[in-house]
Design a binder for this molecule. Structure first.
Ligand code: ZN
Length: 321
């Protein structure tokens, strides 16, 4: 609702409306033929209450929201915690992964610590403003679900021309790049975020944008040197895939290569686990997503019963003429 307010009138004064209650009615004496604005047909007579109206329910209230500095009754503040509610500084820092200097731009309010009277006062912030900061910083008001997946086309083409530059990316940039390429392949992406990555490192979850859904769990392995991703990392990830039965397939992407042991381990469970290395990534950077080599784990045919061998359909590019 509109927070248009009528302040207790002081009728003979021209009020520029810049008081602490927000928008006030402006009475322009020069435009009124009557010296007394109360005689104007637009004037609504009000009994002076000396209590401003709550901006939300319009009932008179003696309360002022300490951060927003607007008249707001206690009922409305409690009824709409998402708009008017507070969050402590500790929670803002921990739950929204914000830094102290990032909170400096927000108004705050000091209250006594309700749990321990002798403790320093608690600093409260407006919940909705903290969520706004979090969305600006993390692309999400839930900072553990980072959704930002933008990486510039220029950046992609530079890396496509010179894949050795992949080592110069930060792990976060590399993850963003992989999310971007999977998205270009037609998958809907959800980055998991560092703090949720407790059991074995699922970095990205992905589902097809249309058609039959399946859940792909992705782990990205970024190396700043030419070090290969080893078997122990793949084995740990496979353990996570086996734990979460709702995951249809796991994918590990590295900017270098995989050790022979790691490749052997993945080949033993190729329906569940796929490995993609710098060569694959170079193709992805060039948007070559339909390359036959992408199908290397898929058999050409499957034997459904003795003597019943069915060819597995492949993209049209791969059908022999
Ligand atoms: Zn109210």
């Amino acid at each position: 609702m509109s927070p248009t307010l009528t302040r207790p009138e002081t009728p003979n004064k021209t009020d520029a409306g810049n008081g602490s209650y927000g928008i006030c009615r402006v009475i322009d004496a020069s435009r009124s033929p009557s010296p007394d604005p109360r005689r104007s047909p637009n004037f609504t007579h009000r009994v002076p209450t000396h209590r401003p109206d709550c901006v939300d329910c319009a009932k008179p209230t003696g309360r002022l929201h300490p951060i927003l500095n607007i008249p707001l009754c206690a009922d409305c503040r409690k009824a709409k915690p998402a708009v008017y509610g507070y969050i402590s500084k500790t929670r803002a820092l921990q739950e929204y992964r914000l830094k102290e200097n990032e909170l400096l731009s927000l108004g705050s309010h000091l209250v006594d610590n309700p749990h321990y009277k002798k403790a320093a006062p608690m600093q409260l912030y407006l919940f909705s403003q903290v969520q706004y900061l979090s969305r600006q910083k993390w692309g999400s008001s839930d900072p553990y679900l980072v959704t930002s997946t933008s990486i510039s086309e220029d950046h992609i083409s530079i890396l496509a021309e010179c894949p050795s530059r992949l080592t110069q990316l930060s792990p976060a940039e590399f993850e963003l790049l992989i999310a971007d390429r999977l998205s270009e392949m037609g998958l809907r992406i959800q980055q998991v975020g560092a703090t949720n990555r407790k059991d074995g490192g699922i970095d990205i979850l992905a589902c097809p944008m249309s058609g039959m859904p399946f859940l792909l769990a992705v782990q990205v392995k970024h190396h700043r040197s030419s070090r290969k991703t080893g078997v122990s990392e793949i084995r740990d990830f496979a353990g996570v895939l086996h734990t979460h039965r709702e995951i249809s397939m796991g994918l590990v992407v590295t900017n270098t290569a995989f050790s022979p042991d790691a490749q052997w381990f993945a080949e033993q469970q190729s329906a569940l686990l796929r490995l993609r290395d710098a060569h694959d990534l170079t193709r992805w950077l060039k948007r070559d997503f339909d390359n036959p080599y992408e199908w290397r784990e898929m058999p050409d045919s499957i034997t459904l019963a003795p003597n019943i061998v069915i060819q597995i359909p492949r993209p049209s590019i791969w059908v022999p003429s």
